[in-house]
Design a protein around this ligand. Sequence first.
Ligand code: PLP
Length: 397
Amino acid sequence: MIPSVLPTYNRAALTFVKGEGSWLIEADGRRFLDLGAGIAVNALGHAHPALVKALTDQGQALWHTSNLYHIPQQQALADKLVENSFADTVFFTNSGTEACELAVKMARKHFHDAGQPERVEILTFEGAFHGRSSAGIAAAGSEKMTKGFGPLLPGFRKLPWGDHDAVAGAITDKTAAILVEPVLGEGGIRPLPDQCLKGLRDLCDAHGMLMILDEVQCGMGRTGKLFAHEWAGVDPDIMMVAKGIGGGFPLGAVLATEHAASGMGAGTHGSTYGGNPLACAVGCAVMDIVADPEFLAQVNRTAGLLRQRLEGLVADHPEVFDSVRGSGLMLGLKCKAANTDVVAAAYQAELITVPAADNVIRLLPPLNISEEEIAEAITRLDTAARQVETAIQTETA
Ligand SMILES: *Cc1c(COP(=O)(O)O)cnc(C)c1O
C-alpha cells in the first residue's frame, strides 16, 4: 500500500523535533551537530532570535494579503537586494525551482520583445541542478531527473561542464542565454574557476546573450561573499536565489538587470504566495545580518579554519577521503569510500552531512557556526572516518 506521504524521498531514520543554533535535537534526545543546515537553507542556524522575532512580529500583524496590493516587507527586501547586488529589480518566489521558471521565461521574453523571437535556446551544463519543475529538469537534463517525465520542455542544450570551447562552438543565432551554477551543489561541490565564469561573461557580451546564474545554493553568503559570482568580478543579467535567503522560511527570488527584465510588464508573471509578508519579513532579517561585511568576514575566517581542519582529516584518513573542494562554507569531501557509508557513519557520530554526486559529502554548516563547533564537527567526522576504516578492514580481512 502506498504510504500516506508520497514516497519520493529516501529518508534517514531520524526525526528532529527541535533546533538550537548549529544543533538539531532528535526525538530520542540525541544532539546532532548540523553541517547540512537543511541543504544550505538554515543560513543562520536554528531558531535564530532575530529571525524568530521577525516571524512572530509579522505573524501577529498580518500573514498574507495578495500581490494585488502593495506589500511593504516585499518592497523593503527588494530594496535591500538591489542595494547589495548587480540587480535593478527583483521578483519573489517560494522556491528555487520557481525562480528557475521565471529566469527561463524572462530570458525568452527579453528576446521576443527585442524582435528576436527565434532566440529561445539556453545553454546548460552536465552535472547541473536547477530544481524539479518541467523547466528545471529539462535545463539540468540528467536521466535520473527526466526519465519518464517527457515530453521535456524544449530549448535547452547541455554541454560539458567547464568546457569553454564547447560553449563557444554551441552558440547559434537561436541562443538566448547561458545558465550555470557558480558552484555546482548537487553536482558535487565543484566551483567553476573564476576564469571560466569570466569567459562565459565574455561570450555573453560578444553574442548579446544573457547570463543566468543559479545561486540558489551558493548565494546568500555561503561562499563568503554575498553572492558567489562576486569572487570572479563578473555580474550576471539574471540570477536565481532561494535556500538561504529565507533562513528556513520558504522564499526564493529572481534578481535581474533592467535590460534583462525589459519584457516583464504587468500581467506577464505572478505568484499567489511569492513575496508574502511573512516570508519577506524573515528575508529582511536574514539580509540585515548576512549582507553585513563584518558577518561575511567572519564567514571567511570560519571557512578557512574548517577547510584547514578538513585537509588534516583527509591526510589522517587516506582510505576514506580523497580531497577537499568547494568555496567558503560550501565545502565537499570527495570520498574514496562510498559517500553514503560516510554519511551514515557520521549519523552514528551524531553529525549531519549531505551526500552529493561524484561521491562527495557536503558540509554546509550554518554561516554563524562557532569555532568550537567546527572543532567538535572535526572530532565527530574523525570518529565517523574511523568507523568506515574499521568496516573496510573487516571486509578485506
Ligand atoms: C535546491 C536547488 C534548486 C531548487 O530549489 P527548490 O527550492 O528545491 O525548488 C535549484 N538550483 C540549485 C542550484 C539548488 O541547489
